[in-house]
Design a protein around this ligand. Sequence first.
Ligand SMILES: [Zn+2]
Length: 325
Amino acid sequence: MQTSSRTAPAVGGDSAVETAYLPVLALDIGGTKLAAGVVDGTGRVHSFLVEPSHAARGPEPVLERLLELGRRAVSESMLGWSQIGAVGIGCGGPLDAEQGVLVAPPHLPGWRDVPVTALVEEAYERPATLENDATAAAAGEHRWGAGAGTQNMVYLTISTGVGGGVIVDGRLYRGAGGNGGELGHVTVDWHGRLCRGCGRRGCLEAYVSGTSIAERAQEAGLSVATAEEVAAAARGGDPLAAAVWDETVEALACGLTSIVNLFEPELVVLGGGVTRSGEQLLGPVRARVRADAMQPAGHAADIVVSALGDKVGVVGAAAIVYDRD
Ligand SMILES: [Zn+2]
């Protein structure tokens, strides 16, 4: 089902070249929220809508609402369907990007082998492209965000889980089936905590995801529900929260040091809800990675926060359409 917008029927344009640069309808399927927006070839966001996923209700009602959200995003963009050339879809893996199938994403219970690309193409009569959401976000940050102009860049999203994407020599690294760049499952302690995402022990995700930070804090005796509360308590001088936060910094710096040693990126971009803590997280992590990574790679890589913020999922899903051309 993989179709590039270059080979699409020239909707609203007279030539294939024009079609390739038509605005894209971008869809982001998350475990907690669905997002849709219209993004043009310069990265400008013409509309942006978000609503809860209610993922537990199963694929059919969720997809129905996603398609409806996409229609509303087009009508609110003021551009009209005739100007939409293609659709980009971002979703957590595992997925088969070439076939356009969601294999069994753990954040979407009951979704198994859902041919999402075909369903979207049929509904909108436009070619659609599917990509892992973190890989797509990396493409978005590289094309239009914090990583614009870099040749080698790593993107890490730290939210409910931890995902990643890698740009090597100016191009998105996707792996054999589009599932490469799972940076959240870099091991930071091989006897360590159980990882919900993959079932192994000691993954980066098992320490620094929002869920894991809150869990470790609760185990330490703090009555908190979120990573944000842990960060606030640590800022407020609570010694237990400060210890949990220090461990978070240590684990993230440990994982990022391995990642920096592997790829020698010019830039590491961090996104996702946990990075709203800003320099409370980035400051000490940056210092440790610079000290611990093999030189000169460690000195070369800066660590910054995502420029696209909450829109990174939608902008990334649009970026992959332009990237595939
Ligand atoms: Zn894992």
